[in-house]
Ligand binder design. Structure first.
Ligand SMILES: [Zn+2]
Length: 453
C-alpha cells in the first residue's frame, strides 16, 4: 500500500463499498479475492481540473461526461471535479443544476463541480454562501479571456475572495494577464506571425507571473483562500513559494503537460495540436516545476483535461489564435507522472499519492472519504503495476480524440485495476463499470488549517 505518508505491505478488505480492514482481513466465504502481490495499492486518483463537453467559441471539447469519465476510470481516476458553466444573467445555482443535468446518470466515476463565475454582481456574491451550503465550495475566476467575456477585473476578484473566504469557500484563478496577452497577440497577428510557436510568444512567462503576484496581493487584502490552477512558470512558482512562506492560505497545481512537454512541440508538424493555455514552456520551467512538486510548493497535479480532435484543432485555419485551447490528459496522468516522476527519481511514491489523491481531496473538501486508504473511507482503490511497460498511443486510449501529446512515449507503470466504492470499474485498460455509476459529491467547506500541505 502506498499512501501520502508511507509504503507498507498489507492486504485490504472491502465491504459494502468501504474499506473494512487494512492488514490481514478475514476472508468470509464468497469473498472475491484479487491478488495484488508485487503491485502497489493506491487511493483512487482525484483529478480536480477537467473540462468535459466544454463549449468554447471554436469547438466543444471532444469528451462528454460519459466518454471522459470512462477514460478516467481506465487511468485510475475515481473522482473528477469539473466546472459549472456560468452564463451572464443566470444564477450560479441555475448553472450548477444545468451542469448536473448533463453529468448525472452519465458519469462513470464520482464527481464534484466548481462554480465558474464570469460576471460578479451583488446577486452573485450573495449566492456564494448558498452554493457553499450545497456542497459547491470552490469558485473559478479568469484573469484572462476578456474578449470571450469570461475575464473578471481585480475588484471583482477581491469581492469574490472576500465573500468566499468568510463562508469557507476557496477561489481558483486562471492567472494570466488578459489585456496584456491580447495586445501581444494582436502585435504578432499584425506581423503575420501565425504559426503555433507564436501561441507561446503571445503569453510569455511574465504574463503568468504578473497575474499570480497580483492575485496573491488581492487575496492578502481580501483575507481569502486562493488556489492557482495550472501553474507553469518558474517565476510564478517563486511568487507562490514566497507567499506560502508568509502563511497565506494559498495552493497551486500544475499539470503533466507542463512537466513533460516543452514549447519545442509547437515547432513540430503537429504543433497546433499542442496548443493549450497557458502554453508549454521551457525545460528550465519544467525542472523548476518538478522541484516545486518534490518540495511541496506545488500541492496538486491535475490534468486540465480538455481534448479536441485533430480536425477540431484545424477548423479555425492557419492562425494560432483560432485553435481551440486544450489537451487530453485524464487517462494518462498516473502512468506518466509515475514513469517520468517516480521511476526517474524526481518524486517519491508518497509524493505522487499526495499530489494526485490526498492533497486534492483535502483542499477540495473530500478527505478522508476520497484520497485515503483508511478504514471506513470509500473503497476507491487502484492496483498499479510499477514494472509493467507501456507505450502511449491515441488509438488504444479511451479519450474521445485521435491525438495524444505523448504519442509513442514509453515508460513503466500501468493501472491494472480501478475500484470505485468497491466495484471494479476498469481492468487492464478495459472499462467494465457503468456510465451512471458515478455520484455527485457535495463537498465540505474549506478549512485552511486542515490543508497545511
Ligand atoms: Zn482549465
Amino acid at each position: 500500500m502506498v499512501t501520502a505518508e508511507e509504503c507498507f505491505p498489507a492486504d485490504i478488505g472491502i465491504e459494502e463499498g468501504r474499506i473494512a480492514q487494512v492488514g490481514s482481513p478475514q476472508r468470509e466465504t464468497g469473498t472475491q479475492v484479487v491478488d495484488a502481490q508485487g503491485k502497489w495499492i493506491l487511493p483512487g486518483i482525484v483529478d480536480v481540473h477537467t473540462h468535459m463537453e466544454l463549449p468554447l467559441e471554436a469547438a466543444v471539447s471532444a469528451d462528454d461526461f460519459a466518454t471522459g469519465t470512462r477514460a478516467a476510470a481506465c487511468g485510475g481516476v475515481t473522482t473528477i471535479i469539473d466546472f459549472s458553466l456560468h452564463r451572464r444573467g443566470d444564477s450560479l445555482e441555475k448553472c450548477f443544476l444545468d451542469r448536473r443535468q448533463a453529468a448525472d446518470g452519465r458519469v462513470a466515476v464520482d464527481y464534484g463541480l466548481h462554480a465558474e463565475i464570469i460576471d460578479v454582481n451583488e446577486a452573485i456574491l450573495d449566492e456564494i454562501p448558498h452554493m457553499v451550503q450545497k456542497g459547491v465550495t470552490s469558485f473559478k475566476l479568469y484573469m484572462a479571456y476578456r474578449r470571450d467575456g469570461r475575464m473578471v477585473d481585480d475588484g471583482a476578484l477581491y469581492a469574490v475572495l472576500k465573500r468566499a473566504g468568510e463562508v469557507g469557500g476557496l477561489v481558483m484563478v486562471h492567472a494570466e494577464n488578459g489585456p496584456l496577452l491580447e495586445r501581444l497577440t494582436d502585435e504578432l497577428l499584425g506581423d503575420e506571425k501565425l504559426a503555433p510557436i507564436f501561441h507561446a510568444r503571445s503569453r510569455p512567462n511574465v504574463v503568468e507571473e504578473e497575474a499570480v503576484r497580483r492575485a496573491i496581493a488581492i487575496c492578502r487584502l481580501a483575507k481569502g483562500n486562493l488556489y492557482i490552477v495550472h501553474l507553469t512558470t518558474r517565476q510564478a512558482l517563486m511568487a507562490v513559494q514566497e507567499a506560502r512562506s508568509s502563511a497565506l492560505p494559498l495552493w497551486a497545481e500544475t499539470c503533466p503537460q507542463y512537466l513533460l512537454l516543452d514549447e519545442s512541440a509547437y515547432l513540430s508538424q503537429e504543433g497546433r495540436d499542442f496548443i493549450a493555455t497557458p502554453p508549454l514552456r521551457s525545460s528550465k520551467d519544467q525542472e523548476a516545476l518538478w522541484r516545486g512538486l518534490a518540495q511541496g510548493t506545488i500541492s496538486v497535479i491535475s490534468t486540465d483535461h480538455c481534448p479536441f480532435t485533430k480536425e477540431q484543432k484545424r477548423q479555425g485555419g492557419e492562425s494560432f489564435a483560432q485553435v481551440p485551447n486544450g489537451l487530453p490528459g485524464v487517462e494518462t496522468s498516473l502512468p506518466l507522472i509515475y514513469s517520468q516522476g517516480v521511476d526517474r527519481g524526481r518524486l517519491t511514491p508518497n509524493r505522487l499519492v499526495m499530489a494526485m489523491a490526498t492533497n486534492p481531496a483535502k483542499i477540495f473538501g473530500l478527505y478522508p472519504a476520497k484520497g485515503s486508504l483508511e478504514v471506513g473511507t470509500d473503497a476507491d482503490v487502484v492496483i498499479f503495476d510499477p514494472q509493467a511497460e507501456f507505450t502511449i498511443s491515441a488509438e488504444t486510449l479511451h479519450m474521445n480524440t485521435d491525438f495524444s501529446p505523448y504519442e509513442g512515449l514509453q515508460g513503466r507503470g500501468v493501472v491494472q485495476l480501478t475500484v470505485l466504492r468497491g466495484e471494479v470499474i476498469a481492468e487492464n485498460g478495459r472499462f467494465c463499470g457503468s456510465c451512471g455509476g458515478g455520484r455527485f459529491l457535495p463537498r465540505r467547506r474549506f478549512e485552511p488549517q486542515q490543508c497545511q500541505l
